[in-house]
Design a protein around this ligand. Structure first.
Ligand code: FE2
Length: 192
């Protein structure tokens, strides 16, 4: 028998991304993704004195089943490891046919996307940007500014997260600071 969920609403502070609703909170510190940055010496030096919070995801709780929609608010804090901007781990969806929509709320960021074939592209995001991640694209976000980069994301609840593929191969491009500006450079460690 079909289970009927009662309708409900939540509140998002559009200035800082704070989500008021029962939620899962995922935090990623530098030590959680130490191998993902290009400069191991910079990672090591940073971790000797502190383990900064790189980003936080607040995700509402709904059944992760076909038909439901999951949404979350992500805050990527401003900062760099060496010359590389703070970023999310990035993932494919386990159900790769599932797309995702991002809405920029605060700050400036890049949305880096890549196919299994290694086709890599990016979009710039700011408050009001609505970015569409089509099916079959891995996605990672990067804070390229000096304030928190905050965005809302919504996607099919059955999508799932495949982080391992990105942990193994990385993205084909990295975002680093050159003369005060974000620049995309090829990732020499990209494994295909
Ligand atoms: Fe996703």
């Amino acid at each position: 028998m079909t289970e009927i969920m009662m309708p409900w609403s939540a509140h998002i502070n559009l200035d800082n991304g704070l989500l008021w609703h029962p939620r899962r909170i995922i935090t990623r510190h530098l030590s959680d993704m130490a191998d993902m940055y290009r400069d191991p010496d910079a990672v090591k030096a940073e971790l000797e004195s502190r383990d900064p919070l790189v980003y936080r995801v607040d995700e509402i709780e709904v059944p992760q089943e076909v038909g439901h929609l999951l949404y979350s608010v992500t805050v990527i804090y401003p900062g760099k490891v060496g010359d590389e901007f703070y970023m999310t781990k990035g993932h494919f969806h386990v159900r790769e046919e599932c797309a995702e929509v991002y809405v920029g709320l605060q700050g400036r960021g890049y949305l880096l996307m890549q196919t299994r074939d290694g086709w890599c592209t990016h979009l710039e995001m700011q408050r009001g940007t609505v970015a569409y991640v089509p099916p079959y694209w891995a996605h990672r976000t990067i804070n390229i500014g000096h304030e928190p980069f905050v965005f809302y994301a919504i996607y099919p609840a059955q999508a799932g997260h495949d982080y391992r593929s990105i942990e193994e191969t990385g993205f084909g491009m990295r975002v680093v600071e050159r003369n005060g500006q974000p620049v995309l450079i090829p990732n020499e460690q990209h494994g295909g």
